[in-house]
Design a protein around this ligand. Structure first.
Ligand SMILES: Cc1ncc(COP(=O)(O)O)c(C=O)c1O
Length: 490
């Protein structure tokens, strides 16, 4: 049971009132207009017609082009308190790095303050205040699980384990599902560093690692999986949406192969949860990772959903909390904040993703028109609505990033966990991009606070920097283009 969307106002943050407005999960699905199609690229929900990313479809969208309905819809005095829309950031920098992290929603902060005051005790304590904190934690667990499409009801149900974020959840999934060496793990060639690093560590402990290739659009090649599913395969891990290009992955089709072979499938949904609807059950994955700070929740909390009946070994020891699978006192206010962030997104999910996809398209259209040499990655794929990865051939991404920072555009050279390094993007290399394309790629990621004015101003600032640093160039010679761009220009 979850609360009814559309009927909850800002004042409804109080948990008791939310619970009083519960409606059955079965009624919830009908509220979700599609942004991803039925079939392999949906994230688990029954879907309507295909809506390719990059197409212009604003006319059919609710509030297309209108100011942001998210944090921006709050009264100014509330927005100013979130530390994002005031001071240096809003006046000087346009924040286009929401894939790295998102600003805390003030309503989430309110819910956390309330939880800290009312449920301050340790949820493991046996006295009344402890039991109150336990109830708060378990209510958040139920609601988060339901919002992500897990079966949270009674015995034999799915489990949700709270972690410190997606990095820990990925470590727990890979280590906990792999068990003891020897054995084989299969991961895709475009995974986040937290999956790659864990796999590398497991390799050093005696596991064999097999990489699933991607095509030029950054989509995992499903046909490559069956041959790799050897009898000693312990686990397959493929992310749901790529953090650099935004390309959504065919998890349902991969899950079908894994189920036939009796191999668990883990998916890192850190960039998808709170951005697109997820139905864990329909997705077919055994385990799913998510993290609160990507959807305007607090940093330092995330979770791993585990399918009913799955055997998982802990990676931390020394406590009985969360069934011994993740010992340590549960951070009550953080899980409440994560729950609130997900609920707020859920109430406005359709509006948010249409609007953000429109802004993303507007951004790419303007840049490509003014700078023909720009290459938009995964433009032909189904993409996360807020993610735009663009190469400016001939320019250096680090020099660009620094110049853009000075010009007041905050973006990134890739994964936040790898952007401090000078290593080229593994994701773009795996997609077959040549070095001049890889070395000039920047990631721009939009959020619920992004406005059309910000997008236009960001494009102006980017073009000023490009004009200063580089050669506007002609559209690249077709033979020099990566496969995606070549097919686009045909
Ligand atoms: C796909 C993906 N997985 C995992 C993470 C790590 O998340 P956290 O910062 O919560 O550990 C990130 C964050 O950048 C991500 O984008």
């Amino acid at each position: 049971m979850i609360k009814a969307r559309h009927t909850v106002s800002l004042a409804d943050c109080c948990m008791a009132r939310i619970i009083a407005r519960e409606i059955p999960v079965s009624q919830r699905q009908s509220h979700l207009p599609p942004i991803v199609p039925a079939g392999p690229l949906a994230v688990g929900l029954p879907r309507g017609p295909l809506l390719p990313a990059g197409r212009s479809h604003g006319a059919n969208r609710p509030n297309a082009g209108a100011p942001g309905p998210g944090l921006a819809s709050l009264p100014p005095e509330r927005v100013a308190t979130n530390g994002y829309n005031d001071g240096m950031i809003s006046k000087q920098a346009i924040y286009l790095d929401h894939n790295a992290t998102t600003p805390l929603d003030p309503r989430v902060a309110d819910a956390m303050r309330q939880a800290a005051a009312e449920s301050f005790a340790n949820p493991a304590s046996q006295h009344g205040p402890g039991r109150q904190a336990r109830r708060t934690v378990e209510r958040a667990r139920q609601q988060i699980g339901q919002l992500l499409g897990a079966d949270m009801g009674g015995g034999g149900a799915d489990r949700l384990i709270f972690t410190s974020g997606a990095t820990e959840a990925n470590n727990l999934a890979l280590r906990g599902l792999a068990g003891q060496p020897p054995g084989r793990l299969i991961i895709s060639a475009i995974e986040h560093p937290s999956v790659v690093g864990t796999a590398e560590n497991l390799h050093s402990l005696g596991f064999e690692i097999s990489l699933l290739p991607v095509d030029g659009d950054g989509i995992v090649q499903v046909d490559a999986l069956p041959a790799r599913l050897t009898p000693d395969t312990r686990l397959v891990s493929v992310m749901l949406g790529n953090n650099e290009t935004g390309a959504l992955q065919p998890i349902e089709r991969l899950a079908a192969h894994c189920a036939a072979a009796g191999v668990p499938l883990h998916t890192d949904a850190a960039q998808v949860a709170g951005k697109l609807p997820i139905d864990f059950r329909n997705l077919g994955a055994t385990a799913l990772t998510f993290t609160a700070h990507k959807f305007h929740g607090p940093r330092g909390v995330g979770g791993l959903l585990i399918r009913d009946g799955t055997t998982l070994a802990p990676i931390l020891f020394g406590g009985f909390q969360q069934g011994g699978l993740r010992p340590g006192s549960e951070p009550v206010e953080l899980v409440v904040g994560m729950c609130e962030g997900l609920k707020l997104w859920d109430e406005q999910s359709a509006e948010r993703r249409w609007r953000i996809a429109d802004l993303r398209d507007r951004f790419e259209r303007q840049l490509r028109a003014a700078w023909p040499a720009a290459v938009v990655h995964a433009a032909r794929a189904l993409r996360l609505p807020h993610t735009s990865c663009i190469s400016f051939p001939g320019l250096d991404r680090q020099a660009l990033l620094m110049a853009l920072d000075q010009a007041g555009v905050a973006c990134s050279t890739g994964s936040a966990c790898a952007s401090g390094s000078s290593e080229p993007s593994r994701v773009l290399l795996a997609m077959g991009c040549e070095r001049s394309i890889v070395d000039s790629a920047l990631r721009f990621s939009l959020g619920v606070t992004t406005t059309a004015e910000e997008v236009d101003e960001a494009v102006r600032r980017i073009l000023r920097v490009l004009n200063r640093l580089g050669d506007r160039g002609q559209p690249p010679n077709r033979s020099e283009l990566p496969p995606l761009e070549r097919s686009q220009t045909v």
